[in-house]
Design a protein around this ligand. Structure first.
Ligand code: DSN
Length: 425
């Protein structure tokens, strides 16, 4: 069979784009070569609906071993007692959590999308907002989660589930405080740690497992694995609201979550991706991952400092994690204009609504910047100063094509110091 050069040429073009640009999208990262190699392998040919030892197809003995290895490694990464590695994405993982915990129309409480939350935390455009009764808390004028508002809504509305976690929030979470109010009203606390998961795995941020009943994540952000989702429990528990099993016993949450992933919301698992998840979890356990996490936080703080020194306004004034959210209104720029202009110089980030934004989500007043990917490339604190100086040059000359073109060349030269997948030639 002839090689499909049309597709492989485009893949090589994407490799070239990744190699020569500065990647600052907070939710992106670069996996190791062996994580990618595992993804492009023969388990993709295998149907394995069900779970290890309980499949609906023959010939699953090897994928059973792969999936069991991924589960056992993940349990070690987060010191938890149960894990499901089948969700195809973070949104799928969250869909399964909803299915396991909630009935349609029931109330839950999550961070508003416009305040840094995620689509699956109750956006009216998402299944979570369409199927269930979404209530929202926000952040204060200082950009910190408004725990008083969260507690007040929880006490008056008595939601069945409270979600903590965000897509554009640069501070750590007070999981203990959220659990305390949840216990008052008998709610389940669900932490979506998709963004900071790697920093939590490295022991550098508060541990949600101490206080949250259920934890979900993606695997491709700070965890540096393949694109996918996971769900975990440190302590399994009986779900008092769920239908009883045929013998009249309450079901354990682990069993409800397994059922909610398959057959509840997914069919056959992607065993080739699960193999790659196992490789990534192995890399996290190999001892050097903590240093990566520490460097991510050091880089984020160096970048925040360099931005503030140039007059950029950071929501909440700084960062505890891998990202920062910048309000560009004092620079007379929209998020859309900033993203599009930086793209031309091959500096990639995303426009983002800031809390209390007066612009539409398609325009926005802000940008989100994250450092996990550039840290994987090998950048250190001093490099953050260089990156910020290039960002500033582009944004302060947003209508000057010559300046933007010159920065694009600078970016390309700068990135030669940080090779990406040299093995791929
Ligand atoms: N879209 C992801 C992000 O960029 O944060 C969240 O799912």
């Amino acid at each position: 069979m002839q090689k499909d050069t049309l597709v492989f040429d485009l893949i090589n073009k994407e490799l070239d784009r990744q190699r020569n640009g500065i990647e600052l999208i907070a939710s992106e990262n670069f996996t190791s070569l062996q994580v990618m190699q595992a993804m492009g392998t023969v388990p993709t040919n295998k149907y394995a609906e069900g779970y290890p030892g309980k499949r609906y197809y023959g010939g699953c003995e090897v994928v059973d071993e792969i999936e069991t290895l991924a589960i056992e490694r993940l349990k070690k990464v987060f010191n938890c007692s149960w894990a499901n590695v089948q969700p195809h994405s973070g949104a799928q993982a969250n869909g399964a959590v909803f299915l396991a915990v909630m009935k349609p129309g029931e109330k839950f409480l999550g961070l508003d999308l416009s305040m840094g939350g995620h689509l699956t935390h109750g956006s009216p455009a998402n299944f979570s907002g369409k199927t269930y009764h979404a209530l929202h808390y926000g952040v204060t004028k200082d950009g910190i989660v408004d725990y008083e508002q969260l507690e007040a809504i929880a006490r008056s509305e008595k939601p069945k589930m409270i979600i903590c976690g965000a897509s554009a929030y640069s501070r750590d979470w007070d999981y203990k405080r959220i659990r305390a109010v949840a216990d008052e009203i008998g709610a389940v606390v669900f932490a979506d740690i998709a963004h900071p998961a790697g920093l939590i795995a490295a022991g550098l941020l508060n541990d949600p497992f101490d206080h949250c009943h259920i934890v979900s994540s993606t695997t491709h952000k700070t965890l540096r694995g393949p694109r996918g989702g996971i769900i975990m429990l440190r302590h399994d528990f009986e779900n008092p609201w769920a239908l009883k099993d045929p013998k009249g016993n309450l079901r354990m949450m682990s069993s409800l979550l397994d059922l909610a992933v398959f057959p509840g919301t997914q069919g056959g698992p992607l065993e080739h991706v699960i193999a790659a998840k196992a490789v990534a979890f192995g890399e996290i356990l190999d001892g050097s991952f903590k240093a990566y996490g520490q460097q991510v936080i050091a880089n984020a703080q160096a970048m925040a400092k360099a931005l503030v020194a140039r007059g950029y306004q950071l929501i909440s004034g700084g960062t505890d994690n891998h990202l920062m959210l910048i309000d560009l209104r004092n620079k007379n720029l929209t998020g859309k204009k900033a993203q599009e202009t930086l793209d031309k110089a091959h500096i990639t980030l995303n426009k983002n609504a800031v809390p209390f934004d007066d612009k539409s989500p398609f325009v926005t007043s802000g940008i989100r910047i994250g450092v996990p990917a550039v840290t994987t490339r090998g950048m250190k604190e001093a490099d953050m100063e260089t990156v910020v100086s290039m960002i500033d040059k582009v944004l302060m000359n947003a209508d000057d094509e010559a300046v933007i073109a010159s920065v694009k060349i600078e970016v390309r030269e700068f990135m030669q110091q940080f090779p990406l997948y040299p093995e791929l030639g």
